[in-house]
Write a protein that binds this ligand. Structure first.
Ligand code: TXA
Ligand code: MG
Length: 315
């Protein structure tokens, strides 16, 4: 089985030799490889079973280090970078040729992020190349928020797991780019849209899916447990599925004592709910229930990102 541990030097050595290492971030664990090494990147696609038309995010440790591989930044994106990096926001920036086509699926823009997790920042600082890191899960499955999540689905196929504990945000980064001189959100995520709007004004949310060619990877069906997920009003769903062995994911409310029912946040705290979402989906998937009934979060702020993930899990 692949080892997990906190040995940054070991992780660095593996990456320098073209290996692949799972790394913790504040959002989810990523499966990292040298962003300038085509063979290592190819292995990431292979291990994840990810189609090569789905581009990768490049991770770095400082705004200065990013200038090595991008040609410049739109002033609006620069404002976001200064305000929120390191943090759960990914920016689509024009790349230099040093970024291989495999990283961007041949597109001009490269997705870039500075993760906010100390052990991974230490790792990035010890390397003289940035890291690609898609979420460290098999393609289409729920993203990992603990080292054990990574090992349970990818163990044996990767070289090391750098263990940074539980991810503090628990949902992937918000992806932002510029389209027609205006800021656009391509993926709702761990940074609240309102926080972004306070810096750059009103942003558009581009509906994603296969109809949006600029974001090829935002497939409708994603983040999916192997069991069927049904989203809606729990009381109505209980009636409709009364003869099934269902599990329930409540957004808020008293912690239920019933087996196979879980609450994302007893007090209805949206951050806590986001942080717990993927662990709860995984544990439901591993339980003996045959279907999962889930209650949506309130449709604002981070709740939009939670509902986006639940909807895709349900597709
Ligand atoms: O929080 C995160 O973003 C995590 C951690 C590990 O940093 N990473 C992550 O990576 O979620 P991944 O590969 O699972 O999702 C990245 C998304 C994909 O849907 C991909 O299509 C999109 O970013 N993306 C990457 N590069 C892009 C590009 N050049 N243009 C448009 N979309 C891009
Ligand atoms: Mg992913």
């Amino acid at each position: 089985m692949t080892q997990k541990g906190t040995d940054v030097q070991k992780a660095a050595k593996i990456l320098k030799n073209g290996g692949i290492v799972a790394i913790p971030t504040e959002t989810v664990y990523g499966l990292a490889a040298n962003a300038y090494n085509d063979d290592a990147i190819a292995r990431v696609f292979e291990v994840k079973n990810r189609p090569s038309f789905d581009p990768l995010i490049v991770h770095s440790h400082s705004i200065e280090s990013v200038t090595e591989f991008i040609t410049g930044m739109d002033p609006l994106l620069e404002k976001l970078a200064e305000k929120f990096w390191p943090g759960p926001i990914t920016l689509l920036l024009n790349r230099k040729n040093i970024i291989p086509d495999l990283v961007t699926s041949g597109m001009n823009r490269v997705a870039v992020r500075l993760p906010d997790h100390q052990i991974t920042i230490n790792l990035l600082k010890s390397l003289d190349f940035p890291l690609v890191a898609p979420s460290a899960n098999p393609f289409g499955y729920v993203s990992p928020t603990t080292a054990n999540h990574v090992i349970s689905k990818l163990g044996n196929r990767i070289d090391y797991v750098l263990d940074g504990g539980n991810c503090s945000i628990g949902i992937e980064s918000t992806i932002v780019g510029i389209d027609d001189n205006r800021p656009v959100i391509y993926r709702l995520g761990g940074l609240d849209i309102h926080a972004i709007e306070e810096v750059v004004g009103k942003v558009e949310i581009k509906p994603h899916g296969s109809s949006n060619p600029s974001v090829p990877g935002m497939l409708q069906s994603h983040y999916s447990p192997s069991k069927k997920v049904i989203l809606g009003n729990i009381e109505e769903l209980r009636k409709a599925y009364s003869n099934e062995n269902y599990g329930v994911i409540h957004f808020s409310g008293e912690n239920v004592k019933v087996l196979n029912e879980r609450v994302l946040s007893p007090s209805g705290n949206i951050r806590e709910a986001a942080k717990n979402l993927f662990s709860v989906l995984r544990s439901m998937d591993e339980s003996e229930v045959s279907i999962i009934l889930a209650e949506p979060a309130p449709g604002k702020g981070l709740g939009l990102a939670i509902n986006d993930r639940l909807k895709r899990a349900a597709t």
